[in-house]
Design a protein around this ligand. Structure first.
Ligand code: XIL
Length: 299
C-alpha cells in the first residue's frame, strides 16, 4: 500500500488525523489529508464551546464543515468531545451542581441528536482522571457527583444507540502509572455493572515527561481484555522519532481490538505543540518525514 489509510485497511484498521476547519481552504493540507487518512477528528469544532456557545443554542457550522468534507471524501469521523473540564463555554464554566449536571445531559442530547447515525465513534468523556494519582480530576463536572461519567455514557447511548462510546485520556499509555490504573478500574467497573462503554482512547501525546514505554502494548491489551476496543486517538511524538512511531504501530497491530490510529494533525506546522517539536509525520512543507516511512512500513 502506498498511503497510511490503505496500509491500515490491510488489517481492517483505519489511520486518522485531526482536521481544523480553518485550514480546509489550504490545498496542500487537504491534499495530504485526503490522500493519506480515512478517519477524521475535528481538532476543536465539536467541543462544547464550539457546539453550544450559548446555553441551549447549538451551532454546528464548523463541525459540519469538517463532517461534510470528511463524508464527501469517503472518510468516517471520531466525534470529540461531549463532556470535558476544558474548552467549556463561559456559561458552563460558571455552573455547578444539578443545573450543570442537567446542562451536560442537554448538551450530549443536543449534539448527538444532530449527528445521530452519522458519527460512528464518540469521545463521550475526555480527561476525567487526575494526573498524579489514580483518582478523578477535580472539575466542575466532578463536583456534580462521582456518577457524572456514567450518566454521560448512559445519556449518549440513549441519544445515539449506533455510536461506539469511548472514554479518552492522556498519560494512560504507561501501564505502571496510577492514572492508567485508575481509568482501567473505571472501565472494568463499568463493564461489570453494564454501564455502556465501547472503547478507550489513548491520546498518546508522547514527550520527555511522558515518553513512550515498551509496556504500551500491555496497556492496549489489558484494556482490550476488558471487552472494549482501543483506539490511539491523538498521537504525536515530540522529536518525531521514526523508531518510536514504528513501535506504536507495532503495538497496535499486536492487539486485534486496537482498531486504529489517529495522529493529532497533518504537518508539523499544524501541530498544537508547534512545528519546532517536529511531532508529526509530514514536515511543515508537506513532505513525508522519516517517521512517515517508518509508519507506512510498519502498517
Ligand atoms: C487541542 C487542540 O489541538 C488545540 O488547537 C486547542 O487549542 C486545545 O486543544 N487533548 C485533547 C485535545 O483531547 O482536544 C487537545 O486539542 C489536545 C489535548
Amino acid at each position: 500500500a502506498s498511503t497510511l489509510a490503505a496500509a491500515a485497511q490491510q488489517s481492517g484498521r483505519y489511520f486518522g488525523t485531526a482536521i481544523a476547519s480553518g485550514k480546509l481552504g489550504d490545498g496542500t493540507y487537504t491534499g495530504i489529508a485526503n490522500r493519506e487518512f480515512d478517519m477524521i477528528t475535528a481538532e476543536n469544532e465539536m467541543k462544547i464551546d464550539a457546539t453550544e456557545p450559548q446555553q441551549g443554542q447549538f451551532n454546528f457550522s464548523s463541525g459540519d464543515r469538517i463532517y461534510n468534507w470528511a463524508t464527501q471524501n469517503g472518510k468516517r469521523m471520531r466525534g470529540h468531545t461531549l463532556a470535558w473540564h476544558s474548552q467549556q463555554p463561559d456559561w458552563m464554566r460558571n455552573m455547578s451542581g444539578s443545573s450543570l449536571r442537567q446542562a451536560m445531559i442537554n448538551h450530549i442530547n443536543g449534539v448527538l441528536n444532530h449527528y445521530k447515525g452519522k458519527i460512528p465513534y464518540w469521545d463521550v468523556v475526555n480527561e476525567a482522571y487526575d494526573d498524579n494519582n489514580g483518582g478523578r480530576r477535580d472539575s466542575n463536572l466532578q463536583r456534580t457527583g462521582n456518577d457524572w461519567i456514567e450518566v454521560a455514557f448512559r445519556t449518549a447511548r440513549a441519544a445515539d444507540p449506533s455510536a461506539k462510546l469511548c472514554y479518552n485520556d492522556y498519560n494512560i499509555d504507561n501501564w505502571t502509572w496510577a492514572k492508567t490504573q485508575g481509568v482501567y478500574n473505571m472501565v472494568k467497573d463499568f463493564k461489570a455493572r453494564g454501564v455502556p462503554i465501547d472503547c478507550v482512547g489513548l491520546q498518546s501525546h508522547f514527550n520527555s515527561q511522558s515518553p513512550y514505554n515498551s509496556n504500551y502494548r500491555t496497556t492496549i491489551s489489558q484494556f482490550a481484555a476488558l471487552g472494549v476496543d482501543v483506539a490511539i486517538t491523538e498521537l504525536d511524538i515530540q522529536g518525531g522519532s521514526a523508531s518510536t512511531y514504528a513501535n506504536v504501530v507495532n503495538d497496535c497491530l499486536a492487539v486485534s481490538r486496537c482498531i486504529g490510529i489517529t495522529v493529532w494533525g497533518v504537518r508539523d506546522s499544524d501541530s498544537w505543540l508547534g512545528a519546532n517539536t517536529s511531532p508529526l509525520l509530514f514536515d511543515s512543507n508537506g513532505n513525508k518525514k522519516a517517521a512517515y516511512n517508518s509508519v507506512l512500513n510498519a502498517l
